[in-house]
Ligand binder design. Structure first.
Ligand code: DGY
Length: 322
């Protein structure tokens, strides 16, 4: 029997491409050029399955693209599926899968990196040093904020939120409070306090870190009103999705001193980053690298392949979203 045909929309880690090629008839994308919408529609018409990632906007038009569609599975290389129209996929009977868990540590590590970077003003100090603006050791300039005894507010205490909370609490002595839409008991940190509203959490925290999915219900979850509730000494960290934060409101809050600083790995209109943010010394900016370690990306790719293998074996994929 002919092997199923898989089209990979992005360049993949070598080990992942190797395994994919051993199992399927594969069209790879070595140049990593983003597929246009017509190219995605064509790919769905010619492949049995699509292996895609954040950046590929698999919208309703692509999923409903007439009788020509052949692909029965969209295997996402990543945990977030906000770039895929899940309802349209469900309507069309297209299976969507993702790659949870294996990126928890890498993403939590990066969120902790942003917290440390922001509160210790690492980026500002390094930039000044590289510009030749360091006159020597002194006792008072550019002081940061200590984390021990401060409160981390986690919005979305799921797998990544919990991994971050563990690092912050056990590694850095922070108190942990969190807000969840549904109640999740975090047995790993018995002292962690569940706060009833986002408003209360914003007001009580020294660092707010976002770990909610980027679906429509979370669009601009952090808006001007909620930012205004934060302490002027507090920091906002986002490793979730850019549009969870109203970026213009954040710029305004940072410029006016409503909050002390931010650490951002994701943006509303990636890869566009507002010039206003780039100009600020109290903001650390990273190019969406939460899961970007070689080990993690290989594990994510293998998980995406496991989903494809199960689907073509007639089984329910281990990480099926719909
Ligand atoms: C994820 O897995 O959701 C990462 O943000 C990359 O898409």
């Amino acid at each position: 029997m002919a092997k199923p045909r898989i089209i990979a929309t992005r360049k993949l880690p070598e080990a992942v491409e190797r395994r994919l090629k051993s199992l399927f008839t594969v069209a790879l994308n070595p140049s990593d050029t983003l597929f246009s919408k017509p190219k995605l529609i064509k790919a769905m018409a010619h492949a049995d399955g699509l292996l895609c990632a954040f950046g590929d906007n698999i919208d309703a038009e692509i999923l409903h693209a007439g009788g020509a569609r052949k692909a029965g599975i969209v295997a996402n290389f990543g945990v977030g599926t906000n770039h895929i129209d899940i309802e349209a996929a469900e309507d069309e009977g297209v299976v969507v899968t993702n790659t949870p868990d294996v990126l928890n540590d890498a993403t939590a590590d990066l969120a902790m990196t942003l917290i440390l970077n922001a509160t210790r003003r690492v980026w500002m100090h390094e930039t000044r040093l590289r510009r030749g603006e360091w006159d020597g050791f002194d006792l008072t300039s550019g002081l940061g904020t200590s984390l021990r005894g401060k409160t981390l507010g986690v919005i979305g205490m799921g797998r990544i939120g919990t991994a971050l909370a563990m690092r912050a609490h056990f590694g850095f002595g922070m108190n942990v409070k969190y807000y969840n839409r549904s109640n999740v008991y975090v047995s790993a940190i018995p002292e962690a306090q569940n706060v009833d509203t986002i408003e209360d959490l914003m007001a009580q925290s020294d660092v707010i870190s976002l770990h909610v999915p980027g679906h429509a219900e979370n669009h601009h979850l952090i808006n001007a009103e909620r930012l205004a509730l934060m302490k002027p000494t507090a920091y906002l960290v986002n490793t979730a999705r850019g549009d969870v934060v109203d970026e213009s409101a954040l710029v305004e809050a940072l410029q006016s001193g409503t909050i002390a600083g931010a650490g951002l790995d994701v943006f509303e209109r990636e890869p566009e980053v507002p010039e206003a943010l780039k100009a600020m010394e109290n903001v650390t900016l990273l190019p969406h690298i939460g899961s970007a370690t070689l080990e993690t990306r290989i594990a994510m790719g293998m998980r995406a392949i496991d989903n494809l293998v199960a689907y073509f074996d007639g089984k329910v994929p281990p990480h099926q979203v719909v």
